[in-house]
Design a protein around this ligand. Structure first.
Ligand code: HEM
Length: 381
């Protein structure tokens, strides 16, 4: 029985890797790579801070041969998605360089801000697409939702926006800034650089109730998460790959207390948690207001430890741990636990590109370029 299971799982593993590599090929069209003139800071910067080299042989190990339609045919809009979108619109200074420099300044001061930027981007895209609706700061906006209470890093986006407005006023959307800042922050903790296409517009609608209804909190079952991802045009692989974002950052104890003290109203902890880990969590999470790392082993390093933890019954959120027991996600999670971080980072970047394309407002009459990310514009131009 075991033997049969293991040969089936190796087969699934091989099929999965082919599948994952083909996803990543699609997200990296041959003609749309790092722009060395306007690109995301200099390669020098990236390689020195993150050990990343765009020409490294590690990248070459993945064949990128898929022929994809030109950028502007992919989603039917005239301008979106385009990696050179701001080259003409903001020619004197590279928008991506400004974003990278600012994100680095903030992360150098406080590295815990990096995962917060990544999470902010996910929350943005999950509700009404990647339109910066999460940044709007008014009564009953997404930002004021209960599920948004522990979101951080809004001030990073404001800081970047202020700087960019000085260079190129009314040109760069908050949605594009947030997407690129999330990428840069993740890369600073060890992820591999991925191309962010630009051309998103900012939305004018943001409703707290929608965020509370849609954004998952860690108590959902896998079907609910799969349905959410499906509604965003993402598939089961994207779900498992992107939840790996929990290899960095932390959670408030509020989200895990039920699981470690009173699972499903049983008065007992969730029996799937490894005993030593449970003891650790119970010591760490005496109060709701405290924090605990999502990946206890290497919380501030982007790697595959998240998946290894799941195999060892050390997933923090029950949604994390369920990935390794649900038959739809288990083969993928197990495969990701056993591949090198460099390959995982590549696959992660591909799924992030898909996430960053969800529900983008790019049509002629859609959205606007906010001048202040916290408020919709009060005028038309
Ligand atoms: C799909 C199911 C997901 C669930 C159920 C989930 C749930 C959560 C929860 C409960 C927290 C802690 C919140 C708190 O402190 O109150 C958290 C943190 C975090 N999430 Fe997720 N999340 C999911 C997907 C994602 C995705 C797709 C990403 C990014 C691509 C992401 C990135 C993060 C990061 C980086 C943190 C740490 C934030 C920090 O340290 O400030 N999550 N998530």
């Amino acid at each position: 029985m075991n033997c049969c299971y293991s040969s089936i799982s190796s087969l699934i593993f091989i099929i999965l890797i082919f599948h994952l590599i083909s996803i990543s090929s699609l997200a990296y069209p041959v003609d749309q790579d790092v722009d060395h003139q306007h690109g995301p800071s200099t390669d020098q910067d990236l390689s020195s801070t993150m050990g990343y080299s765009p020409n490294s042989s590690e990248d070459d190990s993945i064949a990128i041969t898929t022929i994809v339609p030109p950028e502007n045919e992919m989603l039917g809009s005239e301008e979106w998605p385009s990696s050179s979108y701001y080259h003409r619109r903001c020619p004197n200074k590279s928008v991506e360089q400004i974003i990278y420099r600012k994100v680095k300044e903030w992360v150098d001061k406080d590295y815990t801000i990096a995962p917060s930027l990544l999470r902010l981007h996910f929350h943005d895209c999950a509700v009404r697409g990647c339109d910066a609706s999460i940044l709007l700061d008014c009564e009953e906006s997404e930002r004021r939702a209960d599920v948004s209470k522990t979101l951080r890093a809004f001030e990073v986006i404001d800081d970047i926006k202020t700087e960019i407005e000085k260079e190129c006023p009314k040109t760069v959307s908050c949605a594009d800034i947030l997407t690129a800042a999330a990428r840069d922050a993740t890369v600073l903790l060890g992820a591999k650089y991925w191309t962010v296409p630009f051309g998103r517009k900012d939305g004018r609608v943001s409703i707290a109730k929608e965020a509370d209804a849609i954004v998952p909190r860690g108590h959902e079952n896998t079907t609910t998460l799969l349905e959410l991802f499906q509604s965003m045009g993402l598939d089961v692989s994207d779900l498992v790959i992107l939840e790996g974002a929990h290899t960095i950052g932390r959670s408030s104890c509020r989200e895990v207390q039920k699981r470690i003290y009173d699972h499903k109203g049983s008065g007992k902890p969730d029996g799937s948690i490894k005993k030593e880990y449970l003891n650790y969590l119970q010591r760490k999470c005496r109060w709701e207001s405290e924090y605990v790392e999502l990946d206890e082993e290497t919380p501030w390093k982007f790697d595959t430890m998240y998946y290894k933890n799941l195999v060892n019954n050390m997933g923090l959120l029950s949604t994390d741990q369920l990935l390794i027991s649900d038959s739809r996600t288990k083969p993928i999670a197990k495969a990701l636990a056993s591949i090198p971080t460099s390959l995982y980072a590549h696959i992660f970047g591909a799924s992030m590109t898909k996430l960053g394309s969800v529900g983008v407002l790019a049509g002629k009459d859609e959205g606007e370029i906010r001048t202040n990310c916290n408020f919709v514009n009060s005028y038309d131009y």
